[in-house]
Ligand binder design. Sequence first.
Ligand SMILES: *Cc1c(COP(=O)(O)O)cnc(C)c1O
Length: 367
Amino acid sequence: MKKLLFTPGPLTTSRTVKEAALEDMGSRDEAFISTIRFIRDELLQLGHVSKETGYETVIMQGSGTFGVESVISSAVGANDHLLILCNGAYGERIVKMAVVHRLQHEVLRFEEDTITDPAAVQQYLAAHPHITHVACIHSETTTGLFNPIQEIGTICAASGKTFIVDAMSSFGGVDINIPACHIQFLVSSSNKCIEGIPGFAFIIAQRDALEKTKGQARSLSLDLYEQWHGLEASGQFRFTPPTLSMMAFRQALMELREEGGIPAREKRYRTNKSVLDSGMAALGFKQYLRPEIQGHIITSFLYPDDPGFHFETFYRSLSDRNFVIYPGKLSKTNAFRIGNIGQIFPEDVKALVQAIGEIMQTEKAIS
Ligand SMILES: *Cc1c(COP(=O)(O)O)cnc(C)c1O
């Protein structure tokens, strides 16, 4: 029996998405070139933008981090100053990128169990007018909270800052209106809420901001401008493209359409989340975050008080029953995570909760 992944990615995908990756595909074949075109256009639509309104999609080989690093290392010029808003491991990852690429940067940190406070961002920007770029995580997968990107984007726009958003684990599962959030660079990847297989990241960028990145990259392969320029000039990639992953992604985009687009997918994920919440609460599990700031993508559950609880045993027992959950990533608290995204339906979540209940019963009996 197939395993169901209750993780933040890679996710459970449909059989038809995987089947779309079965045929070998030449990178210069017309069928592939038109697939690139379809994917780039469809992603713009999902973000409520278009070429006509001044936006572009750039596809970058690699995992999601490669896409974020491409933007961070290309968009922040030698005289620019990046402010990184941090309340979890993914924000800290951007800090590491800034260090590696020796960017002028500053970090505004918030506790892991609180959202990024727009008023604090506004104050910080007012006190540090040299800041040119602001980077923020939308769905902080470390905990599962949603940062208020629309409020932060509005503040950035008012003072002319370039706004970079890592929407890796939310784009496709949350309706994000890129212009309304004043985002210049949004990054996500093939294997999150669009429900494709791993292989690439994508960047939806405002063309003006993208054009300014010319000549600024600190890396050849992650050069955002040259990657875009290559796609525009020849319709092709500079280096070997993730052909099969893109064929699968094309199918995933069509299945997203069939499901009813992002609003329908968001609704399914929200239903998954509410089934999970009520089921886990009934088993006595407590969540790490206050419900007001918790998103519907992934949830952090605290280890039960029971001294007989061992995460590794718990994980293995669930995996033996074909349910794959995720360890925690909190800096100070023991927790595990359960994702609601991917080809996961409310009945799957019910089955997971039932399995967790059974495992807790037998573990109690043993300890
Ligand atoms: C998944 C994820 C990433 C990218 O991780 P990769 O392992 O490089 O694909 C980046 N940011 C967030 C918020 C994520 O959830």
